[in-house]
Design a protein around this ligand. Structure first.
Ligand SMILES: *[C@@H]1O[C@H](CO)[C@@H](O)[C@H](O)[C@H]1NC(C)=O
Ligand SMILES: *[C@@H]1O[C@H](CO)[C@@H](O)[C@H](O)[C@H]1NC(C)=O
Ligand SMILES: *[C@@H]1O[C@H](CO)[C@@H](O)[C@H](O)[C@H]1NC(C)=O
Length: 305
């Protein structure tokens, strides 16, 4: 152990060279007597999806396995924005973000060697966050990263459009539901009554504002059971289908949109009752009389010329 430390140098300024030497040293560290490795370095953000403008805690947890901590550095992309250093006084330090990013949201009072508290998270902070833990005696370094999701609520419920306003049982209902843009993307599902319907695969597209818009199509052959499923009737007492689109951004927002589709053929239907009767009367007419009518009709049209 002693010779190995001499090779690396106990001077902290040599830490930068560690990543190059690490592959060579690691077997020694793991097999050497009493050597301890830095274990279980993990990173997470609480809450997992932060709402824009809200606080968040970026946690970097690790098991030092009897070693002393040298430093913990937090990065956004390649920019180090916070450092805990055991040797420095004070231990904690904030580095401002480069231009284009917000002024640092780090709250030093609530940050330490295992977490950084961000007072207000802006959408431009979203992306790759990483933490790098270095031990004191052996200068073992581990880097882990996580994705910071900055959540943006949809402005309201989704929109449903259908191919027609009224349908009969046996007809295919075509509907589309489009969520209002959000981050992360909304999950959509269709319901009639309290039954989920359709097996469409949602499509997610980027909007010009950097948010995500989910779109789901429904293709459903309507049956009698879909009419009046868990709902009242329409204004004239007619049957109808109430189609609901449920939009959910996990841990952030839930909205429902409804559309009411009336039954195309009402009961009782006058046309259906009269038309078959007229056809029946025609069919019952003697053939000779029909022929006469046709001849008279032809004559009439000739006379008019
Ligand atoms: C995140 O950043 C770290 C440090 O810059 C880098 O090593 C890692 O590959 C990045 N991860 C992704 C998914 O970009
Ligand atoms: C860092 O601060 C958090 C919150 O105050 C606390 O729960 C945690 O124990 C602290 N970590 C250390 C190593 O002191
Ligand atoms: C949206 O755009 C970003 C880059 O601007 C890309 O990384 C991402 O994959 C896109 N997402 C979708 C769902 O198209």
């Amino acid at each position: 152990m002693v010779t190995m430390r001499a090779a690396v140098g106990a001077d902290p300024t040599h830490v930068a060279a560690m990543p190059l030497l690490l592959p060579l040293l690691l077997p020694l560290l793991l097999t050497g007597p009493g050597a301890d490795a830095l274990r279980d370095v993990r990173m997470r953000v609480e809450p997992s999806a932060v709402e824009a403008g809200s606080p968040a805690t970026v946690k970097c947890e690790y098991d030092l396995e009897n070693q002393k901590l040298y430093s913990v550095k937090f990065y956004r992309g390649s920019h180090e924005f916070y450092r805990y250093s055991a040797e420095d006084e004070p231990h904690t330090k904030v580095f401002p973000f480069p231009q284009g990013l917000p002024s640092s949201p780090v709250n030093l009072q609530r940050s330490n060697q295992t977490q950084v508290y961000l007072g207000e998270v802006s959408p431009s902070l979203a992306g790759n966050l990483s933490c790098e833990v270095t031990t004191d005696d052996t200068f073992v370094t581990r880097l882990v990263y996580t994705n910071l999701v900055v959540a943006v609520k949809p402005e309201g419920p989704p929109h449903i459009t259908t191919s027609k306003n009224s349908y009969d049982p046996g007809e295919t209902l075509l509907a589309t539901c489009v969520a209002q843009p959000s981050q992360p993307a909304a999950e959509l599902s269709f319901y009639i009554g309290d039954r989920m319907v359709g097996q469409g695969v949602p499509e997610v597209r980027n909007t010009s504002t950097g948010l995500l818009e989910t779109r789901l199509e429904l293709r459903l052959r309507l049956a009698d059971k879909h009419f009046n499923a868990g709902t009242g009737r329409d204004r004239d007492g007619g049957e109808m289908v109430v189609l609901r689109c449920h939009a959910e951004v996990p841990n952030l927002a839930v909205h429902n949109a409804y559309t009411r589709l009336s039954r195309r053929t009402k009961h009782p239907v006058p046309e259906r009752v009269t038309q078959p009767n007229a056809a029946a009367a025609l069919a019952a007419m003697p053939a000779s009389l029909m022929l006469l009518l046709v001849v008279l009709g032809a004559r009439g049209s000739l006379a008019r010329r």
